[in-house]
Design a protein around this ligand. Structure first.
Ligand code: URA
Length: 189
């Protein structure tokens, strides 16, 4: 257990808990506001993210920035992380044992961030956070509360790039997120 961000960053920088560490260039812990209370979780770094050590900087990241802008947020206003911190070769889906090996780092991020809202981008994040029975096409857009935290599964931006027909539902999810953030603002902790 890492008690602070610096210790967590060090642990991830030197991590060799799974095979993904052997092929990574840079691990990607995450970035953004450590105080906003809003956490977005993706799947894992892609090629661009692996090269620079930052999350969501490639095509999917550019779409994520636009999605945030549509609800008047910037990436600096939220925290962005992934289920796995190292790039799966060829951008394949992380294997269950890789996700499991990396999950303690995401858990530690929850502890340090204490988010009020978590947005799961895609099935990998949704399953890691909500449980293996999650089906993204069925469960997206439906809020659930887990240990006092509001959780919203929605499509991964890469899925929206592959299938623009999903954008209408993704837009509904974003509006629902904006509404939830407004409600929470009216109800300070
Ligand atoms: N896709 C993800 O899930 N995470 C990233 O950081 C980039 C692309």
């Amino acid at each position: 257990m890492q008690a602070n961000w610096a210790a967590l960053e060090q642990a991830v920088a030197h991590c060799a808990r799974c095979r993904l560490s052997a092929s990574r260039t840079c691990p990607v812990l995450g970035e953004g506001s450590q105080k906003s209370g809003v956490l977005f979780v993706g799947e894992g770094p892609g090629r661009e993210e692996d090269l620079c050590g930052r999350p969501f900087v490639g095509a999917a990241g550019q779409l994520l920035d636009k999605m945030l802008a549509a609800i008047h947020l910037k990436r600096e206003d939220v925290y962005i992380a992934n289920v796995v911190k190292c790039r799966p070769p060829g951008n394949r889906t992380p294997a269950p044992d890789e996700a499991a090996a990396c999950l303690p780092y995401l858990r530690q991020q929850f502890v340090l961030l204490r988010p009020r809202v978590i947005v799961c981008l895609g099935a990998t994040a949704g399953r890691a956070i909500c449980g293996e029975s999650l089906r993204i096409t069925r469960d997206r857009g439906v809020w659930r509360q887990q240990k006092g935290v509001w959780v919203l599964p929605t499509y991964h931006p890469a899925a929206l790039l592959r299938d623009p027909a999903k954008k209408r539902e993704a837009w509904e999810d974003l509006q629902s997120l904006e509404q939830k953030l407004r409600e929470l603002e009216e109800k300070p902790l």
